[in-house]
Design a protein around this ligand. Structure first.
Ligand SMILES: *[C@@H]1O[C@H](CO)[C@@H](O)[C@H](O)[C@H]1NC(C)=O
Length: 511
């Protein structure tokens, strides 16, 4: 090992993980911050004899790199670049800087003065750290000796003031970066929604960069407001900003302009115009355990899907655009999650615009697919069907899946339908599907599955979203399995589709 290092430069790395523990309400909370330090070490050309001498000294035997730079091994080293202590074993300087970042973030007045101090404060800054973090109230005993020396030097007053100052710094909790992001998260969402509503991304799609003032006049908005909106969109990575002006990123071209095949503009407008309002009443939803359509829309709603969304063709179309965009995003994954080629017919129950039906038809050219949804929806669904070879495989049937007979099919698809409904309605719907199934028929269920431990943020947010928007809820795989089994569906296979959706394929067995 040592002869390999001879005459050459090598790097010594130390990786450090600082595990910050705190406790609150008897819960242990840990955050980890990590860093590494690299030091380059150049060895002289070393003779075989010298290396054997060094080996026989016994010193290399317990050293990770085979030498101890702080002792005899120092004679092998021609030069080093970086922190000497890192080679010895621990990057003390970097470690202290890291502690400062964690426990002693710059105060605004320091930044304003912009005086470059040594980034490591006085040692006693760290003295009481363990005590503070342990949640104790009594400061640790200070080193009386060092205090006395300062007092003797006639700096008693200053020392006391310094101690006072350090005490405040020491007791400062870690800077709440993540918390501040959460607090302003709603502003970021609304900025995105507003840029979409103003059709900024439509304006910039496939166009040369444009100046803020020109964009402002085209979207009929103030120049000063538009510039700020464009800047935050650029900071969020939705626009590019150059000397020439603002232009769309690829994300904006594909998803934010309203006319693309995979546009999420409709979904974003649904969030802006309905979900946003519903979330205003989140507190009521939590207190009452019900959705908030009556508050957001100002009237009592009997059946959400019969009423609220569909009362006017305009909001109905908005909702359909939203569902279309979201379904397009995952339709291919849903259609290919399982090999469905042995089903010659399928019925997409609540299939809305037919976005999934189209993907099924594309993937399985021998499959006839019926889209079954409310008459108001079916009436508008044709708008969303582009012409193409699949058109002949797709049929639309109007009806209410809680009341009207379901079209017959070998495979029934329920894609993000059950989560809209409480258990009693889910039972009703599943029993109607089961009654329409012959033994061997399939049920393809697509939902966001709650993890059993309930820790995945996105699915939990969907769960909250369902509370505010619908009568339903997200469920775990176990919950869906029990529901399906009760209605005679077995032999379940589950595929995680990436993103947030999961697909379950179950088979109806003879009762
Ligand atoms: C799906 O199954 C059929 C037989 O049922 C088979 O011919 C086909 O190759 C399979 N497709 C894929 C992609 O595995």
């Amino acid at each position: 090992m040592l002869s390999r290092l001879s005459g050459r430069e090598h790097s010594v790395f130390t990786g450090v993980a600082i595990v910050h523990c705190s406790s609150k309400d008897h819960q242990l909370d840990t955050t980890v911050s990590e860093f590494y330090e690299e030091t380059k070490v150049k060895f002289s050309e070393l003779s075989e004899e010298l290396l054997w001498e060094y080996v026989h000294s016994g010193e290399p035997m317990d050293k990770a790199g085979g030498y101890g730079i702080q002792a005899l091994g120092g004679m092998l080293v021609e030069s080093i670049h970086g922190d000497f202590l890192n080679v010895v074993g621990f990057p003390l300087n970097h470690f202290c800087k890291q502690l400062v970042k964690l426990y002693y973030p710059p105060r605004p007045e320091d930044l304003r003065r912009s005086v470059k101090h040594d980034s490591i404060p006085a040692a006693d800054t760290f003295e009481d750290l363990s005590d503070v973090e342990g949640g104790g109230s009594e400061p640790a005993q200070r080193d009386a000796g060092s205090r006395d020396e300062k007092a003797e030097a006639g700096e008693a007053g200053q020392a006391a003031a310094e101690a006072e100052c350090h005490r405040t710094r020491e007791t400062l909790p870690p800077f709440p970066t993540r918390l501040l992001e959460l607090i302003e998260g709603f502003m970021l969402s609304k900025a995105l929604f507003t840029a979409c509503k103003l059709k900024v991304f439509d304006l910039l799609k496939d166009e040369a960069p444009q100046k803020a003032v020109d964009i402002a006049s085209k979207v009929d908005a103030s120049a000063c407001g538009t510039e700020r909106l464009l800047d935050i969109c650029a900071a969020m990575g939705l626009l590019e900003k150059t000397e020439q002006g603002y232009s769309n990123t690829e994300t904006a071209n594909v998803y934010l302009a309203s006319d693309g095949e995979y546009s999420l503009h409709g979904f974003i407008m649904h969030n802006n115009d309905l979900t946003w309002n519903l979330f205003t009443y989140l507190e009521f939803a939590i207190r009452e355990g019900t959705n908030q359509h009556h508050r957001a829309l100002g009237k009592k709603v009997e059946d959400l899907f019969q009423d609220a969304y569909y009362q006017s063709p305009e909001t109905r179309l908005r909702f359909m655009r939203a569902m279309h965009g979201m379904t397009k995003l995952t339709a291919c994954q849903v259609a290919t999650a399982f090999n469905l080629s042995h089903f010659s017919s399928a019925c997409d129950v609540g299939g809305c615009t037919g976005a999934l039906a189209r993907e099924l038809a594309r993937e399985y050219p021998r499959m006839q697919v019926t889209v079954f949804d409310l008459p108001d929806i079916i009436e508008l669904a044709a708008h969303f069907q582009p012409p193409g070879p699949q058109a002949g495989q797709i049929h639309f049937a109007a009806g209410d899946f809680f009341r009207d007979p379901l079209p017959s099919a070998e495979l029934y698809v329920l894609c993000r339908i059950l989560h809209d409904w409480p258990d009693d309605k889910v039972h009703k719907l599943l029993s109607r599907v089961a009654d329409s199934c012959k033994p061997g028929a399939g049920l393809l269920l697509v939902e966001t599955l709650l993890d059993e431990k309930r820790v995945a943020q996105h699915t939990l947010m969907q769960s909250l979203n369902m509370l505010v928007q619908t009568e339903g809820k997200e469920r775990s795989l176990g919950e869906y399995q029990r529901l399906l089994e009760l209605h005679g569906f077995h032999q379940m296979q589950v595929v995680h589709l990436g993103g947030v959706l999961d697909a379950i394929l179950a088979t109806k067995v003879a009762p």
